[in-house]
Design a protein around this ligand. Sequence first.
Ligand SMILES: [Zn+2]
Length: 212
Amino acid sequence: MDALLPPPKQIDIIPIATYLANLKTQKTSWIGGRITVLPQDRSYTQTGCADCLKPLEADLTWIVQCPTCKKECEVQLILRVAVQIDDGTSAIKTMLTSPIIEKFLTMTSTQIRNAEEVGENIQAIADRELNGQTIVAFARAYETTYQRQPETRIFLINGHRTKGESSHTQLIIDSKKRKAIETTCLQKTTQTETDMKTPTKKQKSEVTTKTT
Ligand SMILES: [Zn+2]
């Protein structure tokens, strides 16, 4: 996965406000920001195909014929934690899952499942392990329906941990500049109505000028 999507160049990362404003025309983009763990009702662990990582109801010792990738494969633990990613312009809610989440954890997925099985507070563990870390991630939006209402969900196809001091944290934009970006996004949204083929590069460079 990493070989297909190496860490992006700074120019490829767009402000989350821009990403959200342009979702109708651009479903995917690199975004980045600070992680906050959200409250979660569902289990933090599940089992999945070791090859394609699609969830499977199976025991970890089984070898299964995966209905998704059709391969005969082992079963592995998959972690999933509901998070918010905020870059100062806006925030998205998404799931941080295996294999991306492991890059951010000091605990292994097995340790987390064992802790969950003995009734430890996984929310507290997830807070401690993940809160405040910064990520750059390749996001993809899907239209779906939830309780008969149209809903947009955002999934992370890939993600990389960034250090606080790295240049990526420049994308954590301070609130003074936030308004300027929001204004730019509004203009962009209006433009996309009339000009669907506006190159994304142009949008990026304009936003970059405002944020530097
Ligand atoms: Zn599979």
